[in-house]
Design a binder for this molecule. Sequence first.
Ligand SMILES: Cc1cc2nc3c(=O)[nH]c(=O)nc-3n(C[C@H](O)[C@H](O)[C@H](O)COP(=O)(O)O)c2cc1C
Length: 241
Amino acid sequence: MHALIINGSPRIKKYSNTDKILSEFTEGMRESGATFEQFEVSNRRQWDTIREKFETAEHILIAIPLYFECIPGLLVEFLETLTPRSLSKSTVPGDVSKKPSELVDECAAAKKPTMSFILQGGFGEGAQLRCGEAYLKILAGKLGCNYGGTLVKGDNFSIRFDETQRDRVAKPYREMGRIYGRDSAFESEECKAFTGPEIFPAYIRLLVGVLFKTVVKKGFNKMAADWGCTRPLTDRPYESK
Ligand SMILES: Cc1cc2nc3c(=O)[nH]c(=O)nc-3n(C[C@H](O)[C@H](O)[C@H](O)COP(=O)(O)O)c2cc1C
């Protein structure tokens, strides 16, 4: 199989966790004999090429970081410029003796591509990515594609700020790449199990809550001060007094 891969992060390639994940993932694809072309939504100069490739690709994989429990705005902007495959010229066979409705049915049966997704976030619980996953299922249909499933995984924060943790977090994606290269989709049990815990046990949630109110809060305050922020982070200047 040959896949068109789109990194949907607004962060440039060098700083993108999604890119580090894709490096491992595509290594796995190679091992299973699959090929790919990768493009970055963060690079607007590539948008025309991606649109062109999207017209004829059989397998499309969009890798997406979760931003505010949603998909990044820049990716939405790009997706809105795509012509759904069911409407694109390249899917219509040139048989003038047939009714348009017959042609559309034929196209749907013969040429519908498969669109799959990697949806990854910083926080560890799978549950917070499920809303995005449901949206992606609808999105594939709206873009005239069969839905090939979503590989859902949290706990990716440390790829960026902790080099020593990078391999631990990113390496397991290699096996997922092997499976995607083999199945052209994420429907296997291994892919479902890859998500990890759906919700943390109560004692971990309690601990995280306390950490956020103390150590993490202190860290955010220091970060803001280092950036020259002189107001408290809880400030709401837009509220009338
Ligand atoms: C503006 C912003 C919002 C984020 N919101 C969430 C979120 O709601 N849930 C989450 O788990 N991670 C969130 N993250 C973390 C990213 O999903 C995570 O670090 C991801 O690996 C970033 O990939 P990228 O570097 O390719 O953009 C957010 C990160 C940023 C910068």
